[in-house]
Design a protein around this ligand. Structure first.
Ligand SMILES: Cc1cc2nc3c(=O)[nH]c(=O)nc-3n(C[C@H](O)[C@H](O)[C@H](O)COP(=O)(O)OP(=O)(O)OC[C@H]3O[C@@H](n4cnc5c(N)ncnc54)[C@H](O)[C@@H]3O)c2cc1C
Length: 388
């Protein structure tokens, strides 16, 4: 895919989606099952994603990226997730790091990092979560202390996507542990692997296999002060939260992909399998399930479309992104379970993809802010927008 120089047109979008579909059919579908079951990193697919420009999908064209809108990007993520959701984590976490630099970085940081993020020469993700703090980001303990032209970082980050295969991360730290409120003492850095930055373990997971999730340890790790995103201390919390709307739209898009694939598998299987002398789709109990699954999928897709549109128009969209993420992820969980039930015993077999969808779906309710938190955000915004 080549970078676009005019405003993104619908025709371009369908060209991109078409080439993604062909790639999925040719290079992903035949191998995904085996790689997933053996929890093997999809090295070849990552290289192919690099060639397709996915590592620069949302990065601006002035930096060599494709500069795709959130709306188009969401459709790509959904499509890839219909085949293998794990693959989207490889480029999405990377793009969240890139978004932090593009949105909040200094001009010098943009020039230094963005072109190398686009090509995938530098690849990585975003390090927020710690063993003792996930939802409550202000409770993190990783510290960055100024020392001459450097900052010295000590702390541990856990559950970090791409931490083992990647080399570069946007890292949330505390530069002032006495700040009140604590968020005002938080700062984000771009860190590249080097002395004092190690991986203490690879985390084993229920699903989301193939892609690496690990624990990163910083012991007197030195990072140049010029890597402080935006060049000013105390902005890290806002920078981290500022990227979450896009992150939530992404998780919602992944969920739509899972919900859709579960529906497609159920619709197909219910026509192939017969009991009591007729295909199972003729039993009303199965029809009810199919109807509910299809409705959940469509509603989720439309919520994502609405959230992505608001994001593209530059409108505040935490309510829209929260609703999309909450509804789509719950739909992915429900649809994957219903697809499994419709497949009967075969749904529990590793030979069928529904078993994988069922293991992948619950992550969508946790990542980029748990669904409990999404409901809190939605409610807060409801009041904010409807003050009496
Ligand atoms: C596979 C995987 C990949 C991940 N990738 C990354 C990554 O790349 N980078 C990264 O930084 N993190 C990553 N995470 C971490 C993820 O973002 C956190 O797990 C998530 O934010 C939840 O934090 P926690 O696990 O500490 O749960 P906790 O914050 O301890 O929450 C526990 C429970 O309490 C609820 N809860 C907490 N506070 C409230 C509240 N105020 N009101 C209501 N309910 C509340 C939560 O909803 C949840 O049900 C990943 C996690 C997984 C599993």
């Amino acid at each position: 895919m080549a970078p676009k120089d005019a405003k993104f047109e619908e025709a371009d979008e369908s060209l991109i989606l078409d080439s993604i579909s062909k790639w999925l059919e040719r290079d992903v579908a035949p191998y995904a099952m085996e790689l997933e079951h053996s929890d093997t990193y999809p090295t070849d697919m990552v290289e192919q994603m690099k060639d397709m420009g996915l590592f620069g999908a949302t990065i601006g064209q002035e930096w060599g990226g494709l500069g795709l809108s959130a709306s188009t990007y969401a459709k790509i993520v959904t499509k890839v997730s219909e085949e293998w959701m794990s693959l989207t984590g490889v480029f999405n976490s990377h793009l969240m790091m890139a978004t932090a630099v593009e949105k909040f970085g200094t001009e010098e940081q943009k020039q230094r990092f963005l072109p190398r993020f686009v090509t995938g020469e530098l690849r990585g993700g975003i390090g927020l979560t710690e063993p003792d703090a996930g939802t409550d980001l202000q409770g993190i303990r990783t510290r960055a202390v100024r020392d001459g032209d450097d900052y010295v970082i000590n702390g541990t980050k856990t559950w970090i996507t791409n931490s083992i295969e990647g080399t570069c991360f946007a890292l949330l730290t505390k530069t002032d542990i006495n700040a009140d409120p604590p968020r005002q003492g938080m700062s984000m850095f771009i860190v590249e692997k080097g002395e004092g930055f190690s991986i203490s373990k690879r985390l084993e997971k229920l699903g989301y296999k193939g892609i690496d999730s690990g624990e990163m340890v910083f012991e007197d790790f030195r990072v140049p002060a010029e890597n402080l995103i935006g060049g000013e201390e105390g902005q890290g919390f806002y920078q981290a939260v500022g990227g979450l709307e896009l992150g939530r739209i992404n998780v919602a898009s992944r969920s739509v992909g899972i919900a859709k694939r579960a529906l497609d598998e159920a619709v197909r299987y219910s026509q192939e399998r017969s009991t009591f002398g007729k295909p199972i789709y003729k039993h009303q109990a199965i029809q009810l399930k199919l109807a509910e699954m299809a409705t959940r999928y469509e509603a989720s897709r439309l919520l994502v479309e609405q959230a992505a549109k608001a994001y593209d128009e530059g409108r505040r969209c935490d309510l829209e992104a929260g609703m999309a993420k909450y509804h789509a992820s719950e739909s992915a969980i429900e649809n994957s379970l219903e697809a499994m039930r419709i497949h009967g015993g075969y749904g529990y077999s590793k030979e069928f993809i529904v078993e994988r969808l069922y293991r992948d779906a619950p992550l969508m309710a946790i990542g980029e802010g748990t669904n409990e938190m999404q409901k809190v955000i939605i409610a807060r915004q409801l009041i904010e927008r409807n003050k009496i």
